[in-house]
Design a protein around this ligand. Structure first.
Ligand code: SF4
Ligand code: SF4
Length: 293
């Protein structure tokens, strides 16, 4: 829990395409009509929340991770560093020590344990964070540079960026990467509560089970939002009931909603069913804010 008067709501899903971005962007915009809100796109490999807003005056901050920088003049080629790296990111090849930046997890082990201090850590650019303000909505979006593969360090750097903001809204919505692997676990790390977005199909249920399992393993409080309700069957509803999983809102399947989303338009003002779902979630957020205050 943040214990700072700030409520962090993560929006996640077991797979892509379930409506996570639809919910994140519309919920942030809906809440921002009455109060200051921060929306952070943590899907650093493919961020797209900003497409839904006409925000200007973007402030860009480059983001770096620390990697070891081999100093050949100090190195005795003892090979200790290759044994200490759990990620096989540093190897000795003849008279050279090579560091693979993409594999490095910035754990400092090789640098700290090198007997000759021949691996000092140096900053290495991995991506950037953009920050925009649109009335009461702050929009933060991080993006990996082309060729960069590790999402987790940039997700943590984004969380640090948000923590260090001078003007922090009391409600922060974190649009997480899809799936159940390390980037999602990192993205929900600081969240007080998680909404898992799913759809009423066999695929949706399968991936929801994985997502719920992940949340239980990392001990995160969560509830489910069913998107495109009416499109499939009742299996998700039945499974949630049997598992004691709360369904916080349902967004009915609506072709116009899908068309508006595809055109990167916020739909909540014109779509009554979506607005009703957002109203229900706003009440839930109020309750959770009190609970975690
Ligand atoms: S541990 Fe240090 S001295 Fe030994 S091979 Fe690696 S860089 Fe060189
Ligand atoms: S900092 Fe850690 S992950 Fe990176 S090369 Fe050194 S031991 Fe490996």
């Amino acid at each position: 829990m943040t214990n700072t008067g700030i409520f962090k709501l993560a929006i996640a899903s077991g797979k892509g395409g379930t409506g996570k971005t639809l919910l994140s962007t519309n919920l942030a915009d809906y809440l921002a009509q009455k109060q200051a809100v921060l929306l952070a796109d943590m899907d650093v490999e493919e961020p797209n929340d900003a497409l839904f807003f006409d925000a200007e005056n973007k402030v860009i901050t480059p983001q770096y991770k620390m990697i070891p920088d081999w100093q050949s003049d100090r190195c005795t080629l003892c090979g200790d560093c290759t044994r200490h790296c759990k990620f096989h990111a540093v190897i000795r090849l003849g008279d050279f020590v090579m560091v693979f930046n993409e594999l490095c997890h910035s754990c400092y082990a090789c640098s700290d344990l090198c007997p000759e201090q021949a691996l000092p850590m140096k900053p290495y650019r991995m991506g950037e964070t953009s920050h925009q303000l649109l009335n009461q909505l702050q929009l933060v979006e991080s993006r990996l540079d082309v060729g960069q593969e590790q999402a987790v360090p940039l997700i943590y750097a984004t969380q640090k960026y948000i923590r260090e903001l001078e003007n922090k809204p009391a409600i922060q919505i974190l649009d997480c990467p899809p799936g159940t692997s390390c980037p999602v676990v990192a993205a929900v790390d600081e969240a007080d509560f998680v909404l898992l977005v799913t759809e009423p199909t066999p695929f949706g249920l399968n991936d929801l089970k994985l997502a719920v399992d992940t949340m239980r393993q990392i001990d995160k409080a969560f509830a489910v939002v069913i998107n495109r309700q009416g499109m499939g069957d009742d299996a998700v509803e039945n499974w949630c009931e049997n598992e004691g999983v709360k369904i916080a809102a349902r967004i009915p399947y609506d072709r116009q909603l899908a068309e508006q989303y595809a055109a990167a338009k916020l739909a909540w003002r014109k779509n009554t069913a979506l607005r009703k779902a957002l109203e229900e979630l706003a009440v839930l957020i109020q309750q959770k804010q009190v609970q975690y205050a």
